[in-house]
Structure formats: structure tokens, C-alpha cells
Design a protein around this ligand. Structure first.
Ligand code: GLN
Ligand code: ZN
Length: 765
């Protein structure tokens, strides 16, 4: 019998129960017991769901009140001193580390003021984990026994689970040294950490656990030799301990082949590999499976929402069976299902045909079970038949295929992705037409999204105000923003984006080929969840999407108004993409739709157009090599297809945030002006990296995540530092990113100081 396994299940609940209760707890509206009660209910619900679906290997300890990596920091007492000195309870320590804590003193409690630990993207997903933060004073010891408690909780419900923990090498390698211990190399702590793994695994064994899953996703990265060696050391050590549960080492999100040596001859029970992301690794990884080891075949996608193709997957699993025998093969999700929405049955507005092509976490449980039964020779013909029908219907669906779009993508040539003249010539024409001062000032696009804006948008969505009333409201917001910018004397104005709920969803809703869920939430970090739109078919733009608002804004002022669009790569990255065509094709389809929009904006008299690409860095493949350079090439091409249809005198801007950028990649976009998040970096090396950037550039001068107002002098100092390496002629003055989460008051003060600093420098030059 081939078994089925799930690597992790979404913890947020079918109706975002976890978000609601944690936020209520933070606001003091419910007690810690209320919080724990909901947590316990969610865990029980998830285990039962999996049990009822017939899943053989069900995870536990995949639940977390904030982040499962942070849970592990707490479990191993990797808690910087600044969080321990207030005698907070374990759960409050967890939240303080995850999101910071500021609390005034009361009669019984001291005042608390700590910032959060660093949070970073979990590989190339949109999940963020809290970085384990080590220092010389870290005292490794077991702090509680969350994995054991949750294992026992399931056991009491009559459900045997396989606890999951991030493995020791990934835990260290994904962590960092704390400020006070910068010379500390986290990996050097392996010897101190391993005994704690032994201790917790012993406790799990004593509680009745027969197997555990240790996640080592770092194995899909380019690993230095010493990290590979650490994998070997760690699993040789753990595997040789007597009396521990059987260990399955799980990897996902890519191929492990370049690190394969580290996995050879490890004394552990088995491995899990991701064959959705890296089917090509099969022969190589199968060759290292030892005579008594199992292979967990990750074949149900943990990162996307498309229905599995049972026939294809079964065939793949058969390959493993013929090599290893049915007893040693497991059918599994490719990764944890954390990255997919909870339940398709919660969608009642979705078109029925489309719904038939999707599968969310709950549906994926059935998928692993059916495939496992099928390859074991059990009769699942009804499920197979329905699945084959759906697969066939999708292949010829008119929702999906649009020959006109496909032809247009095929006809993209070099000319379409190249501006008519090189930057120097364009700039000369733009300078003549615009007459901007030195140190031109601008913003990144959005202005405060006030409560009033949200209320009116909701009214419009619900139909309680008419389209005309809503348009009037939006126009009045645009007018407010234009008058404000004129008043504080910015040079290149924006309309403020009051009509946009989200920078991808807003355009997605207007493009043909996109679908939206009403409840398809996925955890991004802590209590922040996102609802990614789904690219279902060939993408095209039935009509202009942003021209009306930009033209209205321009009609109100003599100053330049910058049109504002979301770029093709960001639209792609923040959506669930198609899997039946490659990502490049989807990016180019988006690029063509945006190209039409850019051209329409130009035709309507908009002379500066910004195409935002904040997600361009996160799309970078995890490993260096052909795939990565391909990506860099097609991502840049998509941007240029979108923006190269305009005349020389139309100025193209782009914007990037969230990450360290590669100046060469940015260069390949050939935007006339780029604005880059910079305020928190303040790093001379980073400035130097952009020194040779040939076009114009604005390094973000203040942090838009904080209500703090920088003074004019602060702006001056910052600009002076940049001017040491960076020529004044190329200099733009702008904030880090859009101001949508800020209040009006601090926005007015910060921008005024910024403009005055620019004016100060104009007098100097
Ligand atoms: N134009 C967008 C805004 O100002 C850009 C947002 C982003 O880069 N994340 O909000
Ligand atoms: Zn940004």
C-alpha cells in the first residue's frame, strides 16, 4: 500500500478565525484563554479534516500563532535579551519578537518598548518568517514543549500525527547574528543545537510519535561547502541516536541535485522531494535512496491552486514504485499547503467552469489520497474519470485560450522592446519639454488611503452608491491630492491612487484572463493575509484601465502629472500563475496589455508614466545559473515591451522596493528614471553600486512605514551623503514608496521638509 502524506496545512482557519482572534487578543478584547481555545479548535478541525479525507500521514506542530520558525526560536530559547527582561508570558514573548511591543506602565506591569525581529521572505514564496537571531549570550535549552503538546492533543482525538519541525541546518542558516554579536557565525552553533533536537525528539518518542518530518528547504539553495557538511554532520548525528522517531528529511521549492552529496548514506528513514518544482531531479535523487529508505514524492502542488492531473501524477509515482517498491513510496504534497487558500467550497461567486479547474488546500487532501490509492491498485475510477474530464475541458476552454493574444505574443520583436532612441537623446528631448529644476521632487504614487476612501469603496462594491457618485467621490479625492502637491510645491505630481484597493488586484479586475476569490486568503506574515488573484487564461485588456483618473488629474494642474501602473512582473508574482504555459509567456501577455495602457496614457496627454516593479527581485530563481539569467532577461524584456511604445519625449519611471537590487538588472529595464527604497539602508556600498547606473535615479529618502517625520536637516544630511558618490544631474528627490498607509498630517510635514531640502540644494548648485 502506498501511503499519502501532507507536509503542513494552513493554520488561518476557513474564515480567517486565527487573524480575528489574535488581533482581538492584541487589542485586549479577548483573553489569552480565548486565543488558545480558538487555536485548539483550529488544530482539531485541521486534523479531523485530514483524517476524514483518508490522509495517512498527518502533520502536527504545523500550527502557529504567528510563525512556525519563530516558534522554534522560542522552543530552543533563542530569545535576545531585550525580550526577556520584561517577564512576558511565552505567548507574549512570541508576539513581541514577531511584531514588537510598546506598552505603557500600569500599576502591575512595567512599560515595554521593543521592536520586532527581522522578518524575511520564506524562499521565493510570499510567506515571511521571523529570522532566528543568535548572539554570544544565547543559552540553548528547551523552553516548553510545543511539538509534544500538540502531538498529544491530536493523539487524544485518536489521530496519530507526524510532528514537523524546521531542521537544524535550515534553522541556523536562515538565521543571523544579533547586533551585539556580529562576528558570530550561526552555523557554528550546530553542536550546541543538536542535543536540543535530540531532547525534543526523545520527548516526542516518549509521547508515542513514531515519525517526524524535519524540513531542510535550504537544500534547494546554492550552498557553500560548509553548509553541505553541516547537513551531513547533523543528520548522521541525529540518525545514529537510539530511540528517536523515524526521521524524514523534507526539502521543497526546487532541486537538491547540486547538494546531493550531503544526502548520501545518511542514517535516516527517508526523504521528501518536490517534484512539482523540480521533476527533473527524479533520477538523481532516486539514486541516493538507500535500501531501507523511503521516498516521499511531492506531486500535489503546495504553492498553487490548480487541480492535479491524476493520470500524469500517477504515472510519475509509478516510476518511483518500480524503482523502490510500493512499501517505500509515499504520495505527498510538494510542500506545506500553507501557501494555498483553505477551501474552494468557501467560494460561491466563482464561475462554475473555473471552479472545476481549481483545488485549494482542502481539495488537495483528497488529491494525495486518490493518487496513493490509484497507484496501490485500488478502485478510484470515478475520481479519475471526473479528473480526466476536467483536465480535458481545461485544455480547450475558451476562458483560457485566446488565439489573438497568443499571436500577438508570438509577434513581439526586438523593436517592440526597445525605445526609439538611447537614453541620452530621450533625456535631451524630455529636458527641453519639461523644464524641471535640478533635484526634481516627486512621490511614488499613493497618498493616504483614509477611512473615508475605504467606506466609499465598500459602498460602491455593495451598490449603495452609484457609479457616478463614486466617480465624483474619487475625483474629489484626486483634486485634494493635486491641490496639496501644488501647495507644498512638488515638481512631478501624481493623482494619489484613491481608486485602487490593491496595486495588482485593481488592474487584474480589469484584465480579461484573471479570476478572483472572495475568501482565498493565504498567510503572508503574522496576522496579515493576502488574497492573490488567479491568472486563468490568456491575458488582454478590454479597455483603458487608468486613463480617466490620470487625465482628470492632469486637467487640474499645469504641472506634470505622472501616470501610474503596476508592471508585468509584479502582476505575475503577486498572483497565482497558470501552470499550462510558462511564466515568461504570462509576463509578456501582461506586458502587451500594459503597453496599450502606456500608449493610451501618452495619447491622452500624460507625459510621465511610472510602471512599478516592486516584485522584480523576489521573482529571481533561488539558484544561480541558466534559469536565473533567463528570468533576468525575460523580466527586463517584459518591462521594456510595456514601456517602449512611447515617443522619446515621454518619460518612463519605474519603482522598486522590499529588497536589495542588482543594478545590472535594473539597468536592463532602460527606464528613464527609477526610484528605489533606500532610507533604511543608509549604506555607502549600496549607493556605490548604483554609481554607474546610467539613467536618472531617486534613492528613497524616508521610511514610509513609520509615522516619524524627518527634519529638513535630516534630509539635507542624507542627500549630502548620496551626493558624495552620486552626481547631482541624475538626482531625484522622493520617499521610499507610496504613502497609502500614512496619515495626512505626517505626510504633509515629511514631504514639506523633503521639498525644502531639495530647494536648499538647488541654491548650492
Ligand atoms: N505606486 C504604488 C504606491 O505608491 C507603489 C507601491 C509599491 O511599490 N509597493 O502605492
Ligand atoms: Zn514601493
Amino acid at each position: 500500500m502506498v501511503k499519502s502524506a501532507v507536509l503542513g496545512f494552513p493554520r488561518i482557519g476557513p474564515n480567517r478565525e486565527l487573524k480575528k482572534v489574535t488581533e482581538s487578543y492584541w487589542n485586549g478584547k479577548v483573553t489569552v484563554d480565548d486565543l488558545f481555545k480558538v487555536g485548539k479548535e483550529l488544530r482539531a478541525q485541521n486534523w479531523k479534516l485530514q483524517k476524514d479525507a483518508g490522509v495517512d500521514i498527518i502533520p502536527s506542530n504545523d500550527f502557529s500563532y504567528y510563525d512556525h520558525v519563530l516558534d522554534l526560536s522560542l522552543l530552543f530559547n533563542v530569545i535576545p535579551d531585550r525580550y526577556t527582561k520584561y517577564q512576558l508570558s511565552p505567548i507574549d514573548t512570541l508576539f513581541a519578537m514577531g511584531r514588537g511591543l510598546q506598552r505603557k506602565a500600569t500599576e502591575t506591569e512595567k512599560a515595554v518598548d521593543v521592536t520586532a525581529l527581522e522578518m524575511v521572505k520564506w524562499f521565493d514564496s510570499n510567506y515571511h518568517y521571523v529570522r532566528p537571531t543568535f548572539s554570544h549570550s544565547t543559552q540553548f535549552k528547551l523552553n516548553g514543549q510545543k511539538p509534544v503538546d500538540e502531538f498529544l492533543e491530536a493523539k487524544e482525538l485518536g489521530i496519530q500525527t507526524r510532528p514537523v519541525l524546521v531542521g537544524p541546518v535550515s534553522f541556523l542558516y536562515l538565521g543571523k547574528a544579533d547586533k551585539d554579536s556580529l562576528d558570530l557565525e550561526p552555523l557554528s552553533l550546530l553542536e550546541k543545537l543538536l542535543p536540543l533536537y535530540v531532547e525534543i525528539l526523545q520527548k516526542l518518542a516518549a509521547a508515542g510519535a513514531t515519525e517526524v518530518q524535519l524540513d531542510e528547504p535550504t537544500l534547494v539553495l546554492d550552498l557553500p561547502k560548509e553548509v553541505q557538511a553541516a547537513v551531513k554532520t547533523a543528520y548522521t548525528f541525529l540518525g545514529n541516536q537510539a530511540g528517536l522517531p523515524k526521521i524524514t528529511l523534507a526539502t521543497y521549492f526546487g532541486t537538491v541535485v547540486p547538494n546531493l552529496d550531503a544526502l548520501k548514506e545518511l542514517p535516516i528513514a527517508g526523504f521528501h522531494f518536490d517534484f512539482i518544482r523540480a521533476a527533473e531531479q527524479f533520477d538523481d535523487v532516486a539514486s541516493i535512496i538507500g535500501a531501507n529508505q523511503t521516498l516521499s514524492v511531492g506531486i500535489v502542488d503546495g504553492r498553487n491552486i490548480w487541480k492535479n492531473d491524476f493520470a500524469k501524477s500517477s504515472e510519475f509515482v509509478q516510476k518511483a514504485i518500480s524503482k523502490l517498491g510500493a512499501e517505500r513510496v509515499i504520495v505527498a504534497t510538494s510542500s506545506s499547503l500553507l501557501h494555498t487558500p483553505v477551501d474552494l467550497n468557501n467560494e460561491n461567486k466563482l464561475n462554475a467552469e473555473l471552479k472545476n479547474y481549481f483545488s485549494f488546500a482542502t481539495q488537495k487532501l483528497e488529491e494525495v489520497v486518490v493518487i496513493a490509492k490509484n497507484v496501490s491498485g485500488q478502485d478510484v475510477s470515478a475520481a479519475l474519470e471526473a479528473n480526466a474530464k476536467s483536465v480535458a475541458a481545461k485544455a480547450s476552454s475558451t476562458f483560457i485560450n485566446d488565439p489573438a493574444v497568443q499571436q500577438r505574443v508570438a509577434s513581439i520583436d526586438k523593436k517592440m522592446s526597445t525605445r526609439a532612441a538611447p537614453f541620452g537623446e530621450r533625456l535631451a528631448e524630455q529636458e527641453k519639454a519639461f523644464n524641471l529644476p535640478l533635484f526634481p521632487t516627486t512621490t511614488i504614487g499613493s497618498f493616504p488611503q483614509t477611512k473615508d476612501i475605504r467606506i466609499n469603496r465598500n459602498k460602491f462594491t455593495k451598490g449603495t452608491i452609484s457609479a457616478e457618485e463614486y466617480e465624483q467621490f474619487i475625483n474629489s479625492e484626486i483634486e485634494k491630492v493635486i491641490r496639496f502637491q501644488e501647495e507644498i510645491d512638488l515638481d512631478v505630481l501624481v493623482h494619489g491612487e484613491p481608486e485602487r484597493n490593491d496595486m495588482v488586484q485593481y488592474f487584474g479586475e480589469q484584465l480579461k484572463g484573471y479570476a478572483f476569490t472572495t475568501n482565498g486568503w493565504v498567510q503572508s506574515y503574522g496576522s496579515r493575509y493576502v488574497r492573490p488573484p488567479i491568472i486563468v487564461g490568456d491575458l488582454s485588456r478590454p479597455k483603458a484601465m487608468s486613463v480617466k483618473e490620470s487625465v482628470y488629474a492632469q486637467s487640474l494642474t499645469k504641472k506634470l502629472v505622472k501616470g501610474m501602473l503596476t508592471g508585468p512582473i509584479t502582476c505575475l508574482r503577486w498572483s497565482f500563475p497558470r501552470v499550462d504555459v510558462d511564466q515568461k509567456t504570462q509576463a509578456l501577455q501582461l506586458a502587451l496589455a500594459l503597453r496599450d495602457e502606456v500608449n493610451d496614457l501618452e495619447a491622452a496627454g500624460i507625459r510621465v508614466i511610472q510602471v512599478d516593479e516592486p516584485a522584480i527581485r523576489e521573482g529571481l530563481p533561488l539558484r544561480a545559473g541558466a534559469e536565473r539569467s533567463d528570468y533576468q532577461q525575460w523580466a527586463a524584456e517584459a518591462f521594456r515591451v510595456a514601456t517602449s511604445g512611447v515617443a522619446n519625449k515621454t518619460q518612463i519611471h519605474s519603482h522598486f522596493c522590499y529588497s536589495d537590487l542588482d543594478p545590472n538588472h535594473i539597468k536592463a529595464l532602460d527606464a528613464d528614471v527609477v526610484s528605489i527604497e533606500f532610507s533604511k539602508k543608509d549604506d555607502a556600498n549600496y549607493i556605490a553600486e548604483f554609481k554607474d547606473y546610467p539613467n536618472h535615479i531617486g534613492l528613497g529618502l524616508f521610511d514610509i512605514h513609520s509615522p516619524r517625520v524627518p527634519s529638513k536637516e535630516e534630509f539635507i544630511t542624507k542627500i549630502e551623503t548620496i551626493l558624495k558618490t552620486y552626481p547631482a544631474e541624475k538626482f531625484w528627490v522622493n520617499p521610499d514608496c507610496g504613502l497609502k498607509t500614512r496619515g495626512w498630517e505626517e505626510t504633509r510635514l515629511s514631504l514639506t521638509n523633503m521639498v525644502n531640502a531639495a530647494k536648499y540644494f538647488r541654491e548650492q548648485y
